[in-house]
Design a protein around this ligand. Structure first.
Ligand SMILES: CC(C)(COP(=O)(O)OP(=O)(O)OC[C@H]1O[C@@H](n2cnc3c(N)ncnc32)[C@H](O)[C@@H]1OP(=O)(O)O)[C@@H](O)C(=O)NCCC(=O)NCCS
Length: 176
């Protein structure tokens, strides 16, 4: 079995993005949601909320197998993206990023950037030219990541969410 000392350390690793069945990676999925929830809402995720995340993710996979993907370095799962599609009021269908996550030991090596690139190609193939997400006001590293990978703010669509946390709206325009 692999140990943490064997985690690949190269600076520009080869990253493979492919659809995953989340039930094969329950520990990774749980850790991803625990950390992201804590970073976003400043409290611990409940078992009930986590179970809802599993259900929502299984539904996304069932709707389109390419909507839930893992990023792999060698055989290690390093990242996760959950992509949804929504109708926006009075507008065409748009992409909605439910979740991006990169495990701590794989951060700052371009995995997140590859997940954004995958998302753009995924939505482009569906004829969608824009995708959106929300990020917690205090999650400054994720905000820096988004602003450095092509997203921009839409302040008038910010919301107040769980625990009174302000969630910032961000968008990404897919070029022709
Ligand atoms: C946000 C996250 C997905 C970024 O993934 P990543 O693989 O580390 O990102 P990348 O290596 O592709 O970074 C691309 C660029 O974004 C910016 N960036 C990424 N992380 C950053 C940070 N912590 N601080 C400042 N800028 C950052 C940099 O410009 C970076 O390029 P560089 O490393 O050449 O300077 C990852 O940190 C994460 O999973 N965080 C915890 C979960 C989370 O907050 N998810 C988002 C919820 S809305």
């Amino acid at each position: 079995m692999s140990t943490s000392s064997e985690i690949p350390q190269q600076e520009n690793p080869e990253i493979l993005i492919r659809p995953i069945d989340i039930d094969r990676y329950p520990a990774f999925f749980t850790a991803a949601h625990r950390e992201t929830f804590r970073l976003t809402f400043g409290s611990e995720i409940t078992d009930e909320f986590l179970e809802k995340e599993f259900a929502r993710t299984r539904a996304a996979s069932a709707g389109d197998v390419n909507a839930v993907v893992g990023a792999f370095i060698d055989d290690w799962i390093a990242g996760l993206a959950i992509l949804e599609t929504r109708s926006r009021a009075g507008a065409a269908q748009a992409g909605w990023i439910h979740f991006y996550y990169v495990a701590p030991s794989f951060r700052r090596r371009g995995v997140g950037l590859q997940l954004v690139g995958y998302s753009a190609e995924y939505y482009r193939a569906l004829g969608i030219n824009k995708f959106f997400l929300r990020v917690g006001e205090d999650n400054l590293s994720a905000q820096a990541f988004y602003l450095n990978t092509g997203f921009y703010r839409i302040p008038e669509e910010d919301i107040i969410s769980l625990n009174g946390v302000k969630e910032l709206m961000m968008a990404f325009d897919i070029g022709k």
